[in-house]
Design a protein around this ligand. Sequence first.
Ligand code: ADP
Ligand code: MG
Length: 136
Amino acid sequence: MSNIEQTLSIIKPDAVERNLIEEIKSIFIKKNLKIKENKKIHITKEEAAEFYKVHQTKPFYDDLCAYLSSGPIVVMILEGNNAVLSNREIMGATDPKQAKDNTIRKLYGISIDKNSVHGSDSIENAKKEINFFFKN
Ligand code: ADP
Ligand code: MG
């Protein structure tokens, strides 16, 4: 049975800087996730802090917010069967060193902080994150 969901994906500054946008998009498309919305933006540190506020108690929070706002990013709504989990599998583990072969983070991630992509971790967070970037 199909279970069509939407999730939020971000191509992070390290990947945009290395011209990996089209490669990464083509991986999602090959894996049957449609790119429903897509925009290249450069957010402020305050916006990054709002987006990542679930991590505000973590020791890496400040660096994380500085990083996400350090250069252009591409934010996308991906849609497809079990899109939230499917995107997480396509991305691979947070730390590229732990990520499985052929995942985006294994292929392109530089380090745990410069790990090339973000993906929502639940349906509820996907809704919040999509609304954060694509509210009308
Ligand atoms: P994911 O992006 O896989 O959902 P988390 O939600 O746990 O991972 O963390 C959000 C982001 O914070 C990660 O993608 C990564 O860029 C950064 N991060 C996570 N853990 C660390 C860490 N131990 N040191 C530095 N940065 C981290
Ligand atoms: Mg996360």
